[in-house]
Design a protein around this ligand. Structure first.
Ligand SMILES: Cc1ncc(COP(=O)(O)O)c(C=O)c1O
Length: 390
């Protein structure tokens, strides 16, 4: 039988851009420096690993609770109250397989075919897959590079139609590295309340902020808890990307529909893995803090090297593990820049256009995924490349 052309199969998944190109051009070549993938290079802190090992040894190997183990959901609620300004009960929390799963379940539960979903561009492209899977329609609202990609509530409001159901934000932002201010979020909140919209808030980088920048959860603003689905993960802050552990918090009236998705696609997250999550939230935070400090050092290395080189502007981001370098002065398009840099120097960065047309003229450089010395080598190669372009 022929594989049917369905809504799902009709477009290819948005996943890795330059990583695939680098792997195809230089297969298994250790000299390739990967500044395109957003993967922490540190190991998961030892006490977190030990907690999962202990849980396994203690026989936590059986089915658990569909929304997640109660001790983990309680620890999450304590964290949400202390750090995010979100008051929630464990019944409002669902533990998920990373943030990817939390956003999938949310979109599948909230979006009906034909519903419009506003993304702020440049956007994190994975979310497009989910909107398409749900039959939703993506409406990209470009943000202004000259304003540092700040949230522009007036542009968002201008894009609202009677079919608009949800606005998705990523804060701190991937790919721009911006930490959205309380004022930006308040302006968006006003629009959401005025038009009765849901907000999906991806806060996977909530802890990776620098220079005293303040992360604000939009759900903590007045009137927003009842319309925001806030998504978090252990992925970046604790270098637990392979563990696949995250969570969402939402108003109680959204939970049954989201749970209907999660209990059918994965049942629940592995029971013993969740013990690692409890240890991460309740245990010593020193290792996590040191990782952020190391990311800050690498950020400074990247931005201080590139900013001011011929044709490049690379301001220091206030959060995340990404610098979003403005390459318009080089005269190259984003993809051409990334392709040439890779071919000539074996340094792989992501084309800004991967994040939608609004990212054209930029490249995203991840400074969290390679050790300091390798980033230094990459910067030397980039300097040589840029001098060669002049
Ligand atoms: C903005 C954003 N959301 C979600 C994810 C995926 O998170 P997880 O690995 O927890 O599924 C990433 C990973 O890079 C990300 O950058």
């Amino acid at each position: 039988m022929k594989w049917p052309a369905t809504r799902i199969s009709s477009s290819s998944p948005k996943s890795f851009g330059m990583y695939q190109r680098a792997a195809a051009l230089f297969p298994h070549d250790p000299d390739v420096i990967h500044l395109e993938v957003g993967r922490p290079d540190c190991d998961t802190p030892a006490h977190i690993k030990q907690a999962a090992i202990d849980a396994l040894q203690a026989g936590r190997v059986h089915y658990g609770e569909f929304p997640g183990e109660l001790d983990l959901r309680e620890a999450i609620c304590t964290r949400l109250a202390r750090h995010n300004g979100i008051e929630a009960s464990p019944a409002q929390v669902i533990v998920t397989n990373g943030l990817t799963h939390a956003s999938y379940a949310t979109v599948m539960a909230a979006i009906d075919p034909g519903d419009e979903v506003i993304l702020l561009a440049p956007y994190y492209p994975q979310i497009i897959n989910k909107i398409e899977l749900a039959g939703g329609v993506v409406v990209a609202v470009p943000l202004d590079a000259a304003a540092g990609f700040a949230i522009d509530a007036a542009r968002i409001e201008a894009a609202v139609t009677p079919r608009t159901r949800m606005v998705c934000i990523v804060n701190p932002n991937n790919p721009t590295g911006r930490v959205h201010t309380r004022q930006e979020l308040q302006a968006l909140a006003d629009v959401a309340i005025r038009h009765d919209l849901l907000v999906l808030s991806d806060e996977v980088y909530e802890r990776i902020v620098y220079d005293g920048a303040q992360h604000t959860s939009i759900a903590s603003l007045p009137g927003m808890a009842e319309r925001t689905i806030s998504l978090f993960a252990f992925t970046k802050a604790y270098a637990m990307d392979g563990w696949r552990l995250g969570y969402l918090v939402a108003d109680p009236r959204f939970i049954p529909a989201i749970l209907k998705v999660t209990m059918n696609d994965v049942s629940h997250v592995n029971t013993f893995i969740q013990a690692g999550g409890v240890a991460a939230l309740t245990g010593d935070q020193c290792a996590a803090e040191q990782m952020v400090e190391e990311d800050r050092r690498r950020r400074d290395l990247v931005c201080d090297t590139l900013d001011g080189l011929a044709g490049i502007r690379c301001p220091r981001p206030q959060g995340t593990i990404y610098a979003f370098a403005d390459i318009r002065g080089t005269g190259l398009g984003s993809q051409a820049f990334a392709d040439r840099l890779l071919a000539q120097t074996k340094v792989s960065v992501e084309s800004g256009a991967f994040y939608g047309p609004a990212g054209e003229g930029f490249v995203r450089i991840c400074f969290g995924g390679e050790p300091y010395a390798r980033i230094q080598t990459a910067m030397d190669r980039m300097r040589g490349f840029l001098q060669g372009q002049g």
